[in-house]
Design a protein around this ligand. Structure first.
Ligand SMILES: NC(=O)c1ccc[n+]([C@@H]2O[C@H](COP(=O)([O-])OP(=O)(O)OC[C@H]3O[C@@H](n4cnc5c(N)ncnc54)[C@H](O)[C@@H]3O)[C@@H](O)[C@H]2O)c1
Length: 512
């Protein structure tokens, strides 16, 4: 990050003041109390029994987010399905932890997905499987009369994503996509402040997700890669049958992110979250174009997914978003730096927001002179910049809300703030609201990230993949976002999916 840790911490505190309650309360504000998501996103406690759900895919996201963080008062799991023995056992343990030993054992395991879909007790199917399976599983569930909440990225390609939207429309069922930033109070606050002009006119956002897998594991001495986990011994039992599920090998089933047919690379897994946020920061707009480059510049194995990607999106009115995702440096972590004419909003790691104000040149001169004079007296370094920033942050009056919704927000937030320390990433809230929409159809609410929003996110991520793999600039078409249109971004040419280093030549092509 281009600012000192000290300044970062100071500006984070400034923003917390701007948000009208201190950082500690701000951190507390979004979790634990069921009402907190409701306060921000306009729903209430669920009337009636929790929505009954079945989940397919009890791997990392299934267990750690969709089960562990599911809201019992809103959604109750009654069934699950997976195909790997290790993950079937893991799912059982997750339900035991969530509901207790006895109730957790009552969550029914289905050996076949079709049988779970035939269970009339199930209202919702939650999908947390590898990317390439989403569309098939979702369309089958919608046709079986279930609502579907599907993890991001919505689908492996835009044709499939459009089929999901049409299937939901035809079935008259809800389709929600798990881009949890739509339910993050942290992002809600950031968006609200940007919308209110706190940082002025935004022309540039720098977004990134940087990890360092070059650091070796202290125990094994091997380079780290969460995308290439070890093969659990229990899963060897299904090695000979994985082809029945469409996988070439057990390795491909478990390391699906590494291969083009089963995953969508860094843009699908990481970039899609952040481009979604950027388009909201810029006023819910679609990009005009994207250009990109990337390569397999670190790992040396059979993977097809690039380990470094870089792209530049142009938005209407000349706004630009640059995005990078790398595997060889983790200084910055992940987040978005939103740069406006009056200030900069920095949202980092789904945990911190900080605000930096731009300086008035005349005031800067005066303060620099004053600071230099003071430094002369004390012998220290002048610190005019920081003083000015402190002065230029405008604080609201006590109780004034800067968050999304209602008039009573200040009081509600303060009440909610009393009970926890951790900022919710939005998993609980997205499931709460999805269940609320099902139980309260008369209120006309719909998931904040429904099929059409998820389709737009998929268009951005997958069009970026086309640009990155082709080392090209491509222009977006409105028809890509239309579920009724067959138009899609060009598929990635087969010869571009081969491992290679950073391309050397840029080409400019237009996409018809
Ligand atoms: N919202 C987020 O922040 C977030 C974070 C991580 C992952 N995800 C998404 O969640 C999804 C799952 O990711 P993950 O990290 O849990 O992967 P994972 O490999 O840990 O889990 C996938 C699970 O699906 C099962 N599975 C595979 N094919 C199946 C099939 N045909 N039928 C039934 N089960 C099948 C696997 O056995 C495994 O248990 C992906 O789409 C990923 O992008 C979202």
């Amino acid at each position: 990050m281009a600012v000192s840790r000290e300044r970062f911490e100071r500006e984070k505190r400034n923003l917390s003041r701007l948000l009208s309650f201190n950082r500690r309360d701000f951190m507390r504000a979004s979790v634990a109390v069921p009402a907190m998501g409701a306060v921000y996103f306009g729903y209430r406690e669920l009337k009636g029994s929790p929505v009954r759900a079945g989940i397919v895919g009890t791997g990392n996201e299934g267990c750690q987010a969709m089960i562990d963080q599911s809201p019992p008062g809103y959604l109750e799991y009654v069934a699950y399905h997976d195909i790997r023995p290790s993950q079937i056992a893991r799912g059982r343990r997750a339900f035991q932890t969530l509901y207790g030993q006895t109730a957790g054992n009552k969550v029914k395991f289905y050996d076949k997905y079709s049988e779970m879909l035939a269970d009339p007790n199930i209202e919702v199917i939650v999908i947390a499987t590898p990317l390439w399976t989403h569309a098939k599983l979702a369309v089958e569930a919608l046709k079986a009369g279930k609502h579907v909440f599907c993890e991001k990225l919505m689908a492996h390609n835009i044709t499939d994503a459009k089929a999901m939207v049409r299937a939901a429309d035809n079935a008259g069922k809800l389709l929600g996509i798990g881009h949890q930033r739509h339910y993050s109070t942290l992002y809600a606050d950031a968006v609200k402040n940007i919308d209110q002009g706190v940082i002025g006119e935004v022309k540039y956002i720098r977004a990134f997700w940087h990890r360092n897998n070059a650091l070796t594991d202290p125990v094994t001495g091997e380079i780290r890669d969460s995308w290439k986990p070890a093969i659990p011994a229990d899963d060897e039992a299904i090695r000979s049958v994985v082809k029945e599920y469409g996988y070439d090998s057990l390795e491909q089933l478990i390391r699906w992110r590494l291969y083009d047919r089963t995953g969508g690379g860094l843009m699908a897994e990481l970039g899609s979250h952040q481009l979604d946020a950027c388009s909201i920061f810029l006023g819910h707009v679609h990009p005009v174009s994207v250009s990109g480059m990337g390569g397999i510049n670190f790992y040396k194995d059979d993977r097809e997914a690039y380990d470094h990607v870089y792209c530049t999106f142009e938005f209407p009115s000349g706004q630009v978003v640059t995005y990078s995702s790398i595997n060889t440096n983790q200084l910055e972590g992940y987040g978005e730096v939103v740069m406006g004419t009056r200030g900069t909003m920095m949202v980092l790691n789904e945990r911190d927001v900080s605000l930096y104000t731009e300086l008035d040149p005349k005031k800067r001169e005066r303060d620099q002179a004053k600071a230099a004079a003071e430094a002369g007296k004390s012998g220290g370094e002048p610190d005019a910049t920081n003083k000015q920033i402190k002065e230029t942050v405008k604080l609201p009056k006590p109780g004034e809300a800067t968050m999304y919704s209602a008039a009573s927000l200040g009081a509600a937030a303060a009440a909610a703030a009393k009970s926890s320390e951790v900022v919710s990433r939005g998993y609980k809230e997205e499931l709460e609201h999805f269940a609320y929409c099902i139980r309260h159809p008369g209120e006309g609410q719909k998931p904040r990230c429904d099929g059409r929003v998820g389709l737009a996110d998929a268009v951005m991520a997958l069009a970026a993949n086309v640009a990155i793999k082709g080392n090209t600039r491509i222009e977006f078409k409105d028809s890509w976002y239309d579920p009724a249109s067959p138009d899609v971004p060009d598929p990635v040419p087969a010869d571009k999916s081969l491992a290679r280093s950073v391309p050397v030549r840029r080409r400019r092509v237009s996409v018809s």
